[in-house]
Each structure stands twice: as C-alpha cells, then as structure tokens.
Design a protein around this ligand. Structure first.
Ligand code: ZN
Length: 190
C-alpha cells in the first residue's frame, strides 16, 4: 500500500462546511484510501465521528467509531430513512468547533440506508450514542452545523470561542492573500 494520505480538519467558518455534499459515484481504490485517511484523522483528533466536508472534501462520506457493539462504521451516501424513540438532550462537541460544546436535542433512534466502502448497499437501525453521532455527522452533509442547533443560551455561553474561530479564519485568509497563496481557496474547491 502506498504512503497514507494525511488529512487536516476544516474549522468553522470554512465555506466547505456550509455546502451540501454530493454523492460518491466511484467505489474505487481512491475512495478506500480516503476513508482510511478519514479514520486516521478522526482517531488522531480523538473524535468519535467525522464527515468528509470536515476535511475539505465535498462528498457524502461519514466515518463513525462511537464505541459499543457497532464498531467502526464507514457510511457512504447515507440517508436517514427514519427517526424514532424519545427525544433526548446530550452535550455534543464537534471537531470543526474545538473547545465548544452544546446541549442538543435529537430522537434516540435512527434508521440508515447507506453503502459500504465497496459500494454494497445496507440498511441498519442504530440507537444511543451511535445514533446520536450518526445524526450529528449526517447534518454535516447538509451543511448544518452545531452552531445552528444550539440553544440561545449555549450560543451566548460560547460567544467568545465562536468569535475566536471566525477571527482565526479571517487571519488565515489574510495571511494566504499576503503570501499570494491560494491554499484556502484550494480547500474550498475540493
Ligand atoms: Zn461535527
């Protein structure tokens, strides 16, 4: 196997996080390598889930490792075809919002239709923490972010940290423009 691909996290408010992701069409070697690199990035960042837009890629790919019996899941072109059970509130974080946490209300169960990395279709039902992580990551494919689901109180409590992220992004853009680099633009194109 060739040298592994190293992926970097896209942080709020990078524009790629706001786009609707597009379906994967090719279930090939490139996809397998990319999914392996997503798992590596998620584990390195001590996350329990990661969506492709969070590493600057606009495809509908999720990797999840929420512990428990479900193990490591790669969901390609996932659709949430049903949600059920009681609504529960749980504190969520997000690798694109370092240091920011918010109590988010979601239904406890979800039913997912997806393909695996080889293109094999499957359907499964998840509950508890795995279901929550899947629903959070699936939001990323629609450009929906933690900040959109926060209560006004959590938004206020995280105001400083959110402003710092926006400021960090603005500075990175300025730095790139000064250096004549197109790096942030390249990230958006991917
Ligand atoms: Zn997230």
């Amino acid at each position: 196997m060739s040298a592994s691909l190293q992926l970097d996290l896209s942080l709020y408010p990078e524009p790629v996080l706001r786009r609707t992701a597009r379906p994967v069409e090719a279930f090939d070697q490139e996809l397998a390598r990319f999914v392996a690199a997503m798992f590596e990035c998620m584990r390195r960042s001590q996350g329990v889930g990661l969506a492709a837009p969070q590493v600057g890629d606009g495809r509908r790919i999720l990797v999840i490792e929420a512990g428990g019996a479900d193990g490591a899941l790669a969901l390609i072109n996932p659709e949430i075809v049903g949600r059920g059970g009681p609504q529960s509130v749980f504190e969520e974080g997000c690798l694109s919002f370092p240091g920011i946490y918010a109590e988010i209300r979601r239904p406890e169960r979800c039913r997912v239709r997806a393909r695996d990395v080889r293109g094999e279709a499957f359907e499964a039902e998840y509950d508890g923490f795995t279901s929550r992580v899947i629903q959070h990551e699936h939001d990323h494919l629609e450009g929906v972010l933690l900040v959109d689901r926060m209560s006004p109180g959590d938004k206020l409590r995280n105001k400083g940290a959110l402003e710092e992220l926006v400021e960090g992004y603005r500075k990175a853009r300025e730095r790139a423009a000064r250096e004549g680099s197109s790096a942030p633009a390249a990230v958006e194109e991917r």
